[in-house]
Structure formats: C-alpha cells, structure tokens
Design a binder for this molecule. Structure first.
Ligand code: G3P
Ligand code: CA
Length: 346
C-alpha cells in the first residue's frame, strides 16, 4: 500500500486537473508580468491556473531555457549590453532571415546577466515596472510548479525543434530528462508537451507516454513538413482524416482560436466551426490559443471603451468557447479565465 500511495495521489492529481476545462497560463500570467518570468509564473499560480506554459530554447552550454523564440532582443535587454554587441548576427530560422541575439550563442551564466523586458509595452505598460526579472531555466520553472501549494501542471513547448536539431542541439531528450528529474514520466502526470512540428511529436511518442499536443497555425504548415516537402497543410490537418492521423501520435490539438470561432472582416465573431466536434470524434482534446483581455485581441462585440490597450469583456469570449466544448485554453490572463470558467459551471 505504501508503494501504491504515490501512484494513487498522482492519478488523482491528473484526474482533478483534467475533469474540467483546464486553464493554461500562457507564458505565465503574461498579461500582468513580463512573459516567461518567475513573477509571471508565480502570479499565474496565485490566480489558480491549472498549468503553467514554458516555451523552450537551448543555450550554448545545452541548458533548456524558457523563451518564446531563440532570438531574445524582443524580450530581454541584451541590446543594452555592450559586452554582447559582437554576438549580434543574422540567421535563417524556420525559413526566415532573423537578425539579433540567439540563445544558442550564450551560456546560461551569460543569459542570467540579462533582464527580461515586456514584449508589448504599448499594450501592457504596467509590466514595465517589473524590470529586474531574469531568464528562467526549464528546471527553475518546474521547481516553481512543484513548489506550488496545490497541484499545478506544466505545459512545455519545443520551439524551433528542426532548427535546434540541425545545429546539434535537439530539444526532446533534454526535455524528457528534465521532466523525469522533476518526477514526471507517466501519461497521467500533470504534463502536456506541445509542438507546431509533427516529426518531433512522433519521435516523442516513441520515447514517452506523457500526453502530446499538436499545435496548429492556420497560416503556416509545420516547418518540418515544409522541409520534407510532404505537402501537409493546416487545412489538411483539421479534416476528419487529418485529425485521425494526429490522434495516432498525439492526445490533443492546440489550434489558433479563430479556427474554432472565425471572425468577419469587421472583426465580429462568427458561428463556430465543426473543429471541436471533429477533433473529439477523432479522440483528441482541444486546447485553443490565445485568450487575451485587451481590446486589441477581442472580437469587435466584446471590446469596451476606447483603445487597443483597454480591457474589454473577455468573459463573453470565454463563455462562448466553454460552451463550444473546449477541453482547455491558453490565456495571458489566467485569473480572468478561471473566473469565467467558475461562472460557467464547467
Ligand atoms: O503554445 C500555444 C501557443 O502558445 C502557441 O503559440 O506562439 O504563443 O507559443 P505561441
Ligand atoms: Ca507556446
């Protein structure tokens, strides 16, 4: 019994996390703190998020760090560090030419000398107050989740997996090793691993029973599929046949939310598509991204007051999506999402 007890607790944790639509704190509570910082993750936990979401990139000394992209000038003060001016370079990442500073050219110790900066200062000027946050490692974010006063899951995303593999720094095994070190190895552990690419999810399926999420960008085919010239498109991925194929290696899809609730030319919400029903029919959960409370991101009917930075009525959008039957959603404002879920009774 003593041996069984931790397994029973883990199973109960997983089932309590999944019994209702899960709220995934997108890069932490990134509407209210600079994304991917300890402050953003801690606030998300205070606001009762079920999962915290770290995006992952690799350093020069092979440490997984938490960044939305490997080019870091948009979310750190690296450009203000003269000692790193000679690291500025131009690379082709996922088919695009990008100039800046890249995680894989810095050791972790060097990255730790930087400070995180708000990505959207015009929309989120309040976040400029939090100017002393450092880049987090994946291990540090796992420790924040594990140290929470209640069960909190982690929802890591592999960023640019083909690119990192091409430079000899594949993300997948280090990701699984970090999860294992934190005690996460099982399907019913409170973890989902996500990727926009297909082949690394298939590779992960062979390596782990942890749940996997196929992200879908309606405007871009998975980059590994572009490289391999398979002809797979987002439109094909969301056909009933495409979804059944995804279900052979993944447990959920993470579609852009407008694939569920499209908008007209004036930005007004239209009737929902059949994507949730089709995915459920294929045995897949559905976790759309990304819900944000500012007018700039809301459908026209949910905006309030004047200006993009003002908060609108995000509860209306959450209410509709919860009514459509989502199994979870990504939000920059997990507090608003949790409040809306409680009000919905789901
Ligand atoms: O991972 C879900 C959502 O975060 C995908 O978009 O670009 O914000 O990582 P992105
Ligand atoms: Ca992400």
């Amino acid at each position: 019994m003593r041996r069984l007890f931790p397994l029973i607790v883990a199973a109960l944790m997983a089932s309590s996390l999944d019994a209702r639509p899960v709220i995934i704190a997108h890069r932490g509570a990134s509407g209210l703190r600079p994304e991917h910082t300890a402050a953003a993750y801690r606030l998300a936990i205070e606001q009762s998020a079920d999962f915290i979401e770290p995006d992952l990139a690799m350093t020069k000394d092979d440490v997984l760090v938490v960044r939305h992209e490997n080019e870091i000038s948009g979310t750190t003060d690296v450009a203000d560090h003269p000692e790193f001016s000679d690291r500025k370079t131009t690379k082709t990442i996922d088919g695009r030419s990008i100039s800046g500073w890249f995680t894989e050219d810095f050791t972790l110790a060097e990255l730790k000398t930087l400070r995180a900066r708000e990505r959207l200062p015009a929309l989120r000027p309040g976040n400029l107050r939090y100017a002393d946050e450092r880049i987090q490692t994946f291990d540090e974010v796992l420790a924040i989740a594990k140290g929470a006063p209640r069960p909190v899951g982690v929802y890591p995303e592999t960023k640019h997996p083909s690119y990192f593999a091409s430079i000899g720094k594949p993300l997948e095994k280090p990701l699984l090793a970090a999860l294992a070190k934190a005690g996460f190895t099982r399907r019913d552990d409170p973890v989902f691993i996500q990727s926009f690419e297909v082949s690394n999810l298939k590779a992960l399926r062979a390596l782990t029973p942890i749940r996997l999420v196929q992200l879908i960008d309606p405007d871009e085919a998975p980059f590994d599929q572009q490289l391999a010239q398979t002809g797979l498109t987002p439109a094909r991925m969301v056909t009933p046949e495409g979804l059944r194929t995804i279900a052979t290696y993944a447990d959920a899809i993470g579609p852009y939310k407008l694939m569920i609730e499209p908008r007209d030319a004036e930005g007004r919400a239209l009737a929902p598509t059949s994507l949730i029903a089709d995915a459920h029919a294929a045995g897949l959960q559905v976790h759309p991204w990304t819900f944000r409370s500012e007018n700039a991101f809301l459908p026209a009917g949910d905006r309030r007051g004047q200006g993009d930075a003002e908060r609108g009525d995000p509860a209306a959008e959450y209410r509709r999506f919860l009514g459509y039957g989502v199994d979870g959603l990504f939000s920059d404002y997990p507090g608003d999402a949790v409040t809306a879920r409680e009000a919905s009774g789901r």
